[in-house]
Each structure stands twice: as C-alpha cells, then as structure tokens.
Ligand binder design. Structure first.
Ligand SMILES: *Cc1c(COP(=O)(O)O)cnc(C)c1O
Length: 484
C-alpha cells in the first residue's frame, strides 16, 4: 500500500470544494459598514481546499493508525481501558439529552436533573459516602476539589497550621500534583516489603500539621492495603482527613466501599470504571463523594428534590464554590448512569470479581518467566518487572514495543516508580479466556526470545506506522501547528 504522508493542508488544491450551499436568500450585509473595518481579516484563511472524498479518505486513514480498546486487547495498568457497551453511547446521543442547553429552565429539564440526582445517590451508595458532586471533569480535578474541601474544612475549624498532605511513594503523579496545586506541602511515605503503606514511617510523620492522606486502595501495585482501618484510625486520631483516589474502583465495586474503610472523600473516574474510555480524547468525569461532615463544603449547586421537583440549590455558605462550568460533563455522567442501571449491583460486583480473577490468572501464568516483585494475590492489576530480561539487554520498553507488533496495546511501563523495569498489567473484566491465553503466550514467547535472541527484540515495532520515536523531542519541542 502506498502511504500518503501528506497533511490535509498539503492536499489542498486552489478552488476545489467539498460542499455546496443553497443560493443566498437573505439580504447581504456589509460587515465593514455595520461593524467597522476592524472586524475584517486581512487575508483569506489558510483552510485546505479539498473535495468530500479527500476529507473522508484522509480522516478514515488517520483513524486506522489509531489503536483503541475497540480494536484489540489494551491491558493498560492504572488506567482501566475496558470495553464500553455501545448502548450507553446510543442513549447519551438521544436528542432529548444531546440537545439540552445548560441554561435551559430547570422546569423543562427535569428528566436530566433527575438523572444527576439519582447518580448522586447511586455513587454515594457505591462509594459509601453521604453526597456526591458530579462537577469535576476527571479524576485529577476530583482530587483537587477534594483537597480544596480538606483545606476549607480545616480553615472552618480555625486549624490553619495543617499544611501537609501525605502520599505514598507508589502514588499516581496526579496525587502530589493536586496537593501542590491546592497549596499543600507534599510528604512522601515509603512502601513496606509487602508493597503497602509503611505503618512505622506513617507514625513518625503524623502530627498536628497534617491536613490529610491520599491513598488508592487497591494501591498502585494492585495490592489491597490490608491495614487500611488502622491507617484511617491513625490519620483521624491526629486530626487529618483521608482522601480516596478511586482510579482503582474497578477492583472493588459492590464488594468494598471507601467510606467503610474510613475515607472521608473519594473520587471515582467515570472515565475508567463507568463506561467512558480513558484517554479517548473526549471529556471525562471524576465525581467525588464526601462524608456527612463535609457535605457543606461541596461545590454548588447541589441538586435537591423538593415537592416532586428537582432544583438547583446554591444556598451553601461554606461551599468551596464552583470547579467546573454548569454541572460537569453531563453526557459522561449519563453514560455512567446507564451503565450502572444496566449492570445492577450484582452486575457491578461480578465485573469487579472477573477483573480480579483475570489479573490473577495472567499473573500466575507469567510468574515463572518474569520477576514479580510483590508476588501475592493481586486485585485488578499487577506489576511485572523485566529486570531478568534487562540483564540480556531487553528492557520493559523493548517488550512493550514488541507487543505492538503482536497487535496489542502495551501495558503501562516504568510506573509505579518503585518497581524497576515495571510493566503494569490490567486485563479488565471484559476479556475472554482466549484473549488472555493469547496474550500470556505472547508474553512467554517474548521472555524466551529475550534469552535466545535478545538483539531481535531491539528493532520493534516494525508493523506500526512509525517505529521508535524520539520521545524526549516529541515532549519538549512538539510541533502542533501547521504553517504555510
Ligand atoms: C488515572 C488516574 C488518576 C487521574 O485520573 P484522570 O481521570 O486521568 O484525571 C489518578 N490516580 C490514579 C491511580 C490513576 O490511575
């Protein structure tokens, strides 16, 4: 196949058009006369002049270069790339929802308000919290909202010396970043030999300057923090609050609840766990739930039900304010609502059970050929180390690149930072035993090749559109704009 590398701009031919408009049947307006010369542009816009078929082919071919969970297995640890049922997209696209206007009179939007209200109740139940705000646009913004609430809570008690947020060394980068953005000082605690929070270190840090602790459970190694009740008791005893990073909810839906573990605030990534693909380039949603004591601090508005009507309640004097325009990303919330209603409580629970089973299945089938630094029963994901292969010069990066040639999206690599040559594998619940076995066989074959023919693994990928990129250059000097 001849690959056409040209940008759409480079395919432009002067005068070619891809549309036709009806004759103008309204009076022409002289813009310069009506609005002044300043509104006119000096030159024609540099827009590609192409035909309809040029456009269709251009973008169809670009889309084929992409890899998504709809094209194949995508075991991206930490970010839950599971298949999302298309019926949820269909419902979100229904006119009654998609043509709503955020400034519409609430009286004519009662159905949508009811969905927001019921979603608050459903997520409160799933998280074990009192109330939920649906405003944050993703998990990271949920974190920042939660930290702003922690701050507002301490200030409301005239306890302003609490400036520290504790995060484990295995935590996701957004945790310390959100804490710093919210104006806190970040304190790291190490993991113990089991891969969990080191209780003795925690003990030494806890004092009356601690505002709170951020934790994900199961943690970033895919391990359940068994001492979570002890940890929450310790943090509460010193006057701090506990924030739950819910990116790993896919492991425990309907089985365990952050609220019951002692967390005061919890986010959930609808764009991971609840039927919106993560990193799809579209909008996300990271609602947070809070315990009763923190409800007054939630962003406004809260949706309440009064005399059979759903209304916006802005009367919250202690609220941290708004964190997102209007009411959050409604269509993402709606898809999550459909997903939860369709799954039911038993369905959500069995999804988590299958996600955990699938991860353990792969872990057991690979443990003799790869190192697994914290090798015990995992939750929905686990972390391999390619340290053994690296002795032959085959790194986690090489394995990831070879997986591309095998038709897989690679796992997350080099994260969490505490595992050398990390490959973080999360199969999710939606994969069949056949898919898991095929992946296991590929991973085993690559481990074998790392011993017999390591050089060969250095050249991958060969089947993708581009091979190894200069990632530093791409990150540091990105060219994001075409110029004539
Ligand atoms: C994905 C992730 C986040 C951030 O969530 P976004 O929705 O991407 O903002 C936070 N913590 C963990 C552990 C994650 O995996």
């Amino acid at each position: 196949m001849i690959r056409d590398e040209r940008l759409i701009f480079e395919k432009s031919v002067a005068g070619r058009i891809g549309f036709s408009l009806p004759e103008n049947d309204v009076p022409e307006v002289d813009l310069a006369k009506t609005f002044g010369e300043g509104v006119l542009r000096d030159s024609e816009p540099e827009i590609p002049e192409v035909s309809e078929v040029d456009v269709i082919r251009h973008y169809t071919n670009l889309s084929k270069r992409n890899y998504g969970v709809d094209s194949g297995f995508y075991p991206l640890g930490s970010c839950t790339m599971k298949y999302n049922p298309k019926i949820n997209e269909d419902i979100a696209a229904m006119d009654g929802f998609s043509r709503m206007h955020p400034l519409q009179n609430p009286l004519s939007a009662q159905g949508s308000l009811e969905i927001l209200y019921r979603m608050d109740k459903l997520l409160s139940e799933i998280l074990g919290m009192e109330r939920v705000t649906l405003q944050p646009a993703a998990g990271a913004q949920g974190e920042m909202t939660g930290l702003m609430i922690i701050k507002a809570y301490h200030i409301s008690r005239n306890d302003e010396k609490r400036v520290k947020i504790i995060v484990p060394d295995s935590s996701h980068g957004t945790n310390p970043a959100s804490a710093a953005l919210a104006g806190f000082e970040v304190v790291h605690i190490p993991s113990d030999e089991k891969g969990c929070v080191d209780i003795a270190s925690l003990e030494t840090i806890l004092d009356d300057t601690v505002a709170g602790l951020m934790l994900t459970n199961p943690n970033t190694l895919g391990l359940f923090e068994e001492d979570i009740l002890k940890i929450s008791e310790m943090v509460h005893k010193c006057g701090g609050l506990l924030y739950y990073d819910g990116a790993n909810m896919n492991a425990i839906m309907g089985i365990a609840r952050p609220g019951d573990m002692g967390f005061d605030i919890a986010h959930v990534n609808l764009n991971k766990t609840f039927s919106t693909p993560h990193g799809g380039g579209g909008p996300g949603s990271g609602p947070i739930g809070v315990v009763k004591e923190l409800v007054p601090f939630l962003p406004v508005p809260i949706i309440e039900k009064r005399d059979d009507y759903y209304v916006f309640d802005y009367d919250k004097p202690l609220s941290i304010g708004k964190v997102k325009s209007f009411y959050g990303n409604f269509s993402v919330v709606l898809k999550a609502f459909c997903y939860i209603m369709m799954m039911g409580s038993e369905g959500l629970k069995s999804a988590s059970q299958a996600a955990v089973l699938n991860a353990n299945y792969i872990r057991k089938k690979l443990e003799d050929v790869y190192d697994i630094p914290y090798n015990r029963i995992c939750m929905h994901e686990f972390v391999l180390s390619a340290q053994r292969q690296a002795k032959n010069g085959v790194t986690a990066l090489d394995i990831a690149k070879n997986l591309l040639d095998e038709g897989y999206h690679p796992p997350t690599i080099y994260f969490p930072l505490i595992v050398h040559e990390a490959l973080m594998i999360e199969p999710t619940e939606t994969e069949s035993p056949e898919t898991l076995d095929a992946f296991i066989n590929t991973m085993r074959r690559l481990a074998g090749q790392a011993e017999t023919d390591p050089e060969k693994l250095k050249n991958a990928p060969k089947t993708t559109y581009v091979s190894r990129l200069d990632e530093v250059k791409a990150a540091r000097t990105p060219v994001l704009r075409w110029r004539p």
